[in-house]
Each structure stands twice: as structure tokens, then as C-alpha cells.
Design a protein around this ligand. Sequence first.
Ligand code: TTP
Ligand code: MG
Length: 355
Amino acid sequence: MRKIIHVDMDAFFASVEMRDNPALRNVPMAVGGSSDRRGVLSTANYLARKFGVRSAMPTATAMKLCPQLVLVRGNYDKYSEASEQVHEVFLRYTDFVEGLSLDEAYLDVTSCDLFQNSATWIAEDIRKKIFEKTGLTASAGIAPNKLIAKMASEYNKPNGQFTIAPWMVDDFMKTVPVEKIHGIGKVTAKYLHDLGIKTCLDMQRYTRSELIHLLRKFGDALYDYCRGFDEREVITEYERKSLSNESTFDRDISDFEEMKSQLITMVSDLKESLLSYEDREIKNLHVKIKYHDFKQTTIERQLPLEEENFLLLLEERWSQDPRPVRLLGVGVKFYDEICEEYEELQLDLLTNDSA
Ligand code: TTP
Ligand code: MG
């Protein structure tokens, strides 16, 4: 049985701004683009959320809900710096850290021998150390797997944590609405609701093959997920979804032969890096071209990992727009079965919806 902690920073972008400007601390505020330029919000502090203000909401809508809302322009460098500091804290506890976004990560602390291996205490300590280092609060979910840990981190937000021990999983899952399962977006949720599947308990009444019939490969995963069963490992940075190699040239290159020879060197470096990923199946190859005017284009295709295939992609794309090039990139995407199937499914459902 694993011990997984999901950590999620509270109102992340907004909290960074509040930390750095005391005048923002006791007012409803949000980070985002202004309403006259059709901006949307990245996030809002908890005071603003009381008015119904939310992430991804058009700023104009938010201003109607909360006219006194103070709007702050984002400062991505600051968020990124805070994110790095938080990541450094994680690495004091375990090497098995999977960052999901700037403010969110899974940690596998199964083998962490601090605090008598109590994941609950470890999480308390992580949150304390994050606060000491960054002045920001985080919430955490502690559970036997990623699926449940992510749900649990929302329970006592902000600045709280919640543990779901293995013996609590069965009862807990029965009450969970299906849209809380990671990967079930709005479209799939509506599809399931229309079938009368609202909670995980509703879903548990379906057999594995029925769910596969309804939702293909994702249905197979859901059969397990709705029972709180999730074997996915914490995937470290090292085991990511793609690997690429790119270089910006000292001067723009217009000669195709020169581009080819640069590309050959880059492919050989890429192949060398790929030796550490031998167990991953490659889904496709891509070539990226950035022109002298910074316009860029990427071409990707399912082809065997051969130098000549990268050259083929380069030739095909560059010949469509043969201008001087300032950067070339080559890379591969790894196959991630469940995600792939899920993307296809979302598309299908969307298409069916509009039909
Ligand atoms: P979230 O963790 O979803 O939100 P949050 O940290 O602001 O609030 P919560 O306390 O509920 O976790 O996202 C993290 C950051 O990512 C958020 O601060 C801003 C950014 N973000 C966007 O820019 N656009 C979006 O639509 C969302 C959801 C987040
Ligand atoms: Mg957050």
C-alpha cells in the first residue's frame, strides 16, 4: 500500500500578490486581465470567492458580481519562483515528486522515514516548511493513492489537510460525485449524469465491460477509480511525457543543407538522451521550426525513430515556408494510453453533442 500526499497551494497567484502587498490582504482581489480588454481571471482570493468570483471567469463578469474587486496583473516570474521554492521543500522528504502544475504536486512518501513514516505528520511538516520558506499556505490530501489524495486535498482548503486512511476508502468513495474523479471533465460528467450516474456508488453498479462499452479504455480505468482503486505511480520529472532537444543558432540559417546537418546532430543527441527512457513507447516524432521573425511551427507524425524521418518532417514543413530559421527542435512524445484514449473520447462526445 502506497502513501501519497497531494499538495495544492491556496489561491496561489492571489496569495503571492497578497504576501507582497499588504494592501491587498483584506480586500476581495483577483489576478487577471482587465475587463476592457476582454480579460479573464487566473484566480481570486478567498474573500472574492464569497462573491462567486472564480478562476477562468471573464473579468467583466467578476466585476459585476463584485464591483469592489481589486484587479492585479499577473507576475508569472514571481509565481514560478515560489513554485520552485515549494518544489525544493518537497524534495527534502522524497525523490518521488510529480509536479502537476506550478502549484500542485503528488509526493510518494511510502519510504520516507521521518515522523515514524506517518504521512499525515509528514504533510503537516511540509505545509509548515512551505510557509516558513515562502510565506504562502498550502493544503494537502493524504491517501493510499493519487486519485484519493487529490480529492482529499480539497476537503479542508484553505490551509488545511485531510487524511483518508485505507480503511476509510470504501465508505468515502460511495459518496463521491463522479465529476470529482480526475479526468472527468464537463462533457463526460454530463454524459454520465444523463445516464443517471451521479456518484461513484452509481457507477459501481456497472460491470467493467459495461463501462468499457460506454467509455472505452477510460471506462476500464473508471471501473477501478469509482472503487477508490488506483495503481498509478507518482511519475517524476524524469519520466515525463515527451523529450525534446532544440537549439537557437548564432545567426539565422537559410541554407537547407546546413539545416539538415544541424538537425542530424540534434537527432543524435536526442537518441542518446532517449537511452534512459528505453521502457517508454514512443508515440510520435516532431520537428519545430522558429523563423527569424519568431513565428514558429511544429510538425508531428507517427514514424519510427530514424534520422531520415526527422529530415523528412523538416523538409516537408520548411519547403512550405522556406524562410530563414533561427531555431530548430526535434523531439518525441511518449505514449500514455489512458490519456490518449481519454482525449479521443472527449472529442467523440463533443462531436456527438453538437450533432
Ligand atoms: P488552482 O490550484 O486551481 O487554484 P488556486 O491555487 O488559485 O486556488 P485553490 O486554493 O482553490 O487551489 O490553480 C493554481 C493557479 O493556476 C492559480 O492560482 C492561477 C492559475 N490558474 C489559471 O491561471 N487559470 C485557471 O483557469 C486556473 C484554474 C488556474
Ligand atoms: Mg491551488
